[in-house]
Structures are given as C-alpha cells and as structure tokens.
Design a protein around this ligand. Structure first.
Ligand code: RUQ
Ligand code: CUA
Length: 637
C-alpha cells in the first residue's frame, strides 16, 4: 500500500460518479448498469438487526451504550486488563499481545523469524519447524485470527499468515507459542487469513500474487497464464486440504458465520503486472466461495493435483461454475476492493477498497439463489476517501477506516441497505485518527457477539505524535471508545508501535486460559529430572541429558571432543511459575529458553577446541551469575 503525503491525500480524485448522476439513474456510468438498483426494503434486514441485538451479552448488555466516564480506561499497577489483543507484527514476523484497555504490550510471540529470548529457532524443535517451512529468516505477518467454536472464541489457537513467503502459522494459546507452520503449495503471497466459522473447520490462506502454476520456469512472461489460489487448511493437522484457482488475484478474506460462504476481495481482475494496468478497470470482484460445493467437487475427483494438493478450477469459465451450484460467485464491486468482513449476524459481507469512496454491502442469504450474484449487492454507502477495513460493535454499526482521509467512520448498516447508492445518510460520525489507518478492529468483532466497547485503529503513520526517533517513525495504534452512541467515538490513547501491525483480534480475557508452567505431557522431549542426568557417547555423537534449576545445571562440566555432534536435552525442573532459565553457549549461537517444567533439545557440532561457559541467560536468582557450567572441547587427535 502506498503512503502518499498528506496534502496529496486529500486531493486524490476517484472515478466515482457524483450523487446527482446516480440519482438520475445515469446511463453514463457503466458501473451502475452492472450493479442493479435495488428494492432495498427487505424482511430479512429487520430480522437480522433483531438477531444481533438478542445475541449481545457483552459489557453493554444489548442496545444500551455506556458513557466513557463509567468504563475503565486505565489499568492501575497490579490490575489486569479486560481483553487480550493479538496484533500482527508485520515485517518482524511476530504476533504482539496487548492488554486492553491499557494497550500495554504483554508478550511477543515469534512466528516466522528466530527470537533469542524465547530461544525460538535455536532449539531443535523450533529450528526444524522453521527449516521445514522454507528456512526463510523473516515473514510478513498480517492477519491474526483466533479459533472459534460455535462462533465464539474457544481459546485453542491463533493463526497468522506470512504474506512474504506464502505460509500460514498456528499459535498454541495454551502456551502462547507457535507450534506449526505450513508452507502453502502453489501460493506465493498469502495475504488474507481467516477461519471458516462457526467452528473453524478450515483456516483459509488467500493468495495475492499471481504466478505461473506450477511456478517452475514455464509461462514466465504471459500474465494471462498466471494465477492465484485460496488454500483451505485443516487447523488440526495444518495440511492443505484443497485449493481453488480463480481469475484475478485475491487480497483479504473473511468467512461467513454458517459454514457455507467464504469471501475474498481482489484488486487485479485485469490480470496485469503494472500498477496502472491493475487499476484500469472500474470494477473488480468480491469472490464468494461456496465451500460445501467445493468439497463436493473435491470428493467427486473434479480437480487437478498440483504439488500434492487437489486444485479445483474456480475460474469463471470453469465447468464447475456452470449450472445451478457454481463453486465461486464473482460479484462486481467498485475498483480494487481491499477489506472484506462479515457482519456479526452473518447477514452481510462488507467490502471496500482504497480507490472508491463507497463500501459494498452484499446480502449473503440471497447469494445462493441469485441468478446474477450482483443482485445480492444491497447497499453502497459513500463513506469517505480510501475506505479499507470494517469492524462491528454488535449494535448494528460498522466502523470503516478511511486511509486517505485519516479517519474512522461510523455508519449504520441497515440504513445503508435502505438508502440509495452513494448516499452519505448512513454515516453517523467520523473521528480523526493520526495518521492513515490501515486496519481497525473492535472487541470480538469477528464473532457473532462483539463487545461493542473498544476499537483499535492501526495507523500506518504517527508523524508528530511522539518524540522524534529518526526518519523511521513509530506507527500509532490508537484506542477509541465506541461504547457510547450518544457521545460518539472518543480517542482515548496513542500507542507507538514498531512496524507494522496490519490487523488484530481482540478476545475477552476470560476466554483464554494460558498455562503458567509447562505440562511435560504436551511435548515429545524427554523430561530430565534429578535422577535422569546422563552423558552417552557413540560414534562421535554425544547426548547430554541434564536439568536446570536455581542455581545449577545437572553437570558442572561436560567434556566432548572436537568434531563431536552434541545433543543437549535440558529440563527446567522448577515448579514455581515465572522462574525461567536458559542455556546459552557462547560462540555457538545458542540460547535455549526453558520455562518451568519445559524441556528442549539443541544439537550442534563442537568444532572449536576450547572452554565455553554455558550460562543461564535469565536473571533467575541471587546466584544467577554463578549458574553456569563448562563445556570443554578437547582437540581431536
Ligand atoms: S491488509 S492494513 Cu494485510 Cu489492509 Cu494491511
Ligand atoms: Cu537460571 Cu539465571
């Protein structure tokens, strides 16, 4: 995404027609011939609004809003937050965990890159996982989504994509650590990530970059032969179960709440390779994937296997898109849609894109029956410049970031369905954010029961908001209170952040139950207690088993021979929460963190004769500095 400077931003023109041309039902703009005007009053609309109210059990207790002075905005020393927020870390390849409403950063979870405090990518288990996932040193995390059961957070996993290398990772929320990564075949840039609800049957990786398939040196120069796929990943095994090939590219995605539909946006229906060509058409598509129909096609063997994955043809001309149950429905929406998200009641998918000032409201229920899927477009409110992403409060309002205007706009979903196209009537209010927001997220917005109190605007720029720290400025995650419909949105906090959060999920604290110490049953490495220490040698391989505790390792010294391959299995035998040790080996590039009851293994070659002080790198006690042990590497004969 570009970062035009402020003055340019506000003068950016779009190709949208003015309201007067619309009101005249103009024939001059071909866009509106393709997007039919609607009889916007529908029985289904009213039912949907009622359903979303009835389901609300959050802080706000239904339709009532709560004044800002009556809510906790600060968390006193020693107090806990009400929510966990999982923010992507962009180029750092990590996930960051904030507490809300304090916006304190509680933890960082390395995902696609090594991280020494965790020893992530240093011990055998995690370094093999990173190696098997392609061996890249970084990833570009964008969209953290938390698993749900029955459309509510179940505390099992978070998932996040790697846009840079076409991967998806799973984070185990018992331990807040990455436990699986899949390098998605046939997908180069995995952008969107999200779950098929209600029960997280699949995690979808949404392919952004179109490349030849297979990308093995054939068809290099003809972009018409490039393609992109969505990948359906089994959340338990992290295997890619199937993929669907499409026309155009894809960008973001979101799943319906009833297990049938999955939606993606895409900005390159032109199949182009340059910026100007990619944005030449006035419309692009939201693609609606009919998941059970795709599963049937896979079941019936109607696919090509590519790199071990069944790939179903979902392009417009595919035979699978003929007949009365097409597997992918292509919906024309205005120019380069970016964000898409499904409303909490499951009734609408709302898409918007930076190059058009409107959002497109798609009625999900009618999608199955509509002869022309464009008939399912039931609203197109004019929101402002550069609408990107939309979140929900569960009280019938949508909140959309306006990248170019540097604002968040609050609008009424049903009013947008009732209003004429391009009407600004559904807009309730706008609040300035600082500056240029990308994603935004409201508390539990991705469930059927958003909490409706807090919203974070993830702003790309901070400019003048913080002390200067050089030409690379921090970004700014702003906390906004949205719980008071009368007073409107209130900006509560600025939070500088390191590049670059793209999306977040906010989960009520009581829905997660992280472990305080490890359960040895949960990992494969052998627990090494006081009695189990051992050094065994065989054919140039040395296996050291030892424990760590305040203030010693199981062996005061370990002697090996130059050239030996050494495996160390080390357990932290502490029972007391928060007493961490590690085993750091100088000049061997090793730090293996060990939380209480945790065992890890590290294998290395002792190739330089000498003495190396293996030490504990966490300040664990008064005798922490003394907690070290000698690795003696004797010269080979
Ligand atoms: S996309 S805000 Cu992954 Cu909007 Cu970045
Ligand atoms: Cu153990 Cu420091």
């Amino acid at each position: 995404m570009t970062r035009p400077n402020d003055s340019d931003d506000r003068s950016t023109e779009t190709n949208s027609p003015t309201e007067s041309t619309l009101d005249a039902d103009s024939e001059r703009d071909p866009l509106f011939d393709r997007i039919p005007r609607r009889d916007f009053m529908k029985a289904g609309a009213a039912t949907g609004a009622m359903a979303s109210m009835a389901g609300c059990t959050g802080l706000l207790g239904g339709d009532d809003s709560v004044a800002l002075e009556d809510v906790k905005t600060d968390v006193k020393p020693g107090e806990h937050d009400d929510y966990y927020a999982f923010l992507s870390g962009g180029h750092t390849g990590e996930i960051r965990v904030y507490g809300l409403p304090s916006m304190r950063q509680l933890m960082r979870i390395p995902v696609f890159g090594r991280e020494s405090a965790r020893g992530y990518g240093y011990d055998d288990r995690t370094s093999e996982m990173l190696e098997d996932a392609g061996g890249y040193s970084w990833g570009d995390t964008h969209h953290p989504r938390v698993s749900q059961t029955d459309n509510d957070y179940d505390g099992r996993w978070a998932f996040v994509n790697d846009k840079a290398n076409g991967r998806m990772a799973r984070i185990n929320l018992k331990y807040f650590e990455t436990d699986a990564i899949v390098d998605i075949p046939n997908q180069q840039g995995t952008h969107g990530a999200c779950c098929l609800l209600p029960d997280t049957k699949y995690v979808f990786g949404v392919g952004e970059f179109r490349v030849p398939m297979p990308n093995d040196g054939q068809d290099l120069t003809d972009p018409e032969n490039y393609t992109s796929v969505i990948a359906a990943i089994n959340p338990e095994t992290m295997n890619v179960e199937w993929e669907v090939l499409v026309d155009g590219n894809m960008d973001n995605g979101d799943g319906g709440k009833e297990g049938r539909w999955f939606f993606t946006t895409g900005y390159n229906s032109e199949h182009a390779t340059t910026e100007s060509e990619m944005s030449s058409s006035d419309t692009d598509w939201v693609k609606a994937f009919d998941v059970p129909a795709i599963e049937e096609a896979v079941e019936a063997g109607e696919y090509d296997e590519m790199n071990g994955v069944p790939v179903v043809d979902g392009t417009r001309d595919s035979a699978l898109n003929e007949g009365d149950r097409p597997i992918v429905r292509y919906i024309d929406v205005s120019k380069s849609p970016h964000g898409v998200s499904v409303t909490p009641d499951g009734q609408y998918a709302i898409a918007s894109g930076k190059l058009d000032p409107t959002a497109t409201v798609i009625d999900i229920e009618t999608l199955a029956e509509a002869d022309d899927p464009n008939e399912s477009i039931v609203g197109r409110p004019r929101l402002g410049m550069g609408p990107l992403h939309t979140a929900y409060d569960g009280r019938g309002h949508a909140y959309t970031t306006l990248f170019i205007d540097s604002q968040v706009v609050k609008w009424d979903i049903e009013a947008a369905v009732e209003a004429s196209e391009e009407s600004t009537d559904p807009v309730i209010e706008k609040i300035d954010v600082h500056y240029n927001p990308g994603h935004l997220i409201a508390a539990e917005s991705y469930t059927t029961d958003p909490q409706g109190d807090w919203l974070i605007s993830l702003n790309k720029l901070s400019k003048d908001r913080f002390l200067p720290v050089g030409p690379m400025h921090p970004e700014n995650d702003q906390l906004i209170y949205i719980g008071d419909d009368e007073e409107g949105m209130s900006l509560v906090k600025d939070t500088p952040s390191y590049a670059e959060p793209h999306d977040a999920s906010i989960v009520s604290a009581e829905k997660l139950d992280p472990a305080k110490v490890y359960d040895p049953e949960d990992y494969d490495e052998e627990f090494v207690g006081h009695e189990d220490i051992d050094i065994s040698r065989e054919d140039g391989r040395v296996h050291v088993k030892m424990y760590s505790t305040r203030n010693e390792f199981g062996f005061e010294e370990v002697t090996v021979t130059e050239g030996d391959e050494v495996t160390m299995t080390v357990t932290n035998i502490e029972q007391t929460p928060d007493i961490l040790h590690s085993i750091a080996i100088p000049e061997h590039d090793i730090n293996m963190k060990l939380a209480p009851q945790e065992t890890r293994e590290v294998t290395f070659t002792a190739d330089e004769p000498g003495v190396y002080w293996m030490y504990c790198a966490f300040f664990c006690s008064a005798l922490h500095l003394e907690m070290r042990s000698r690795l003696i590497v004797e010269p080979a004969e």
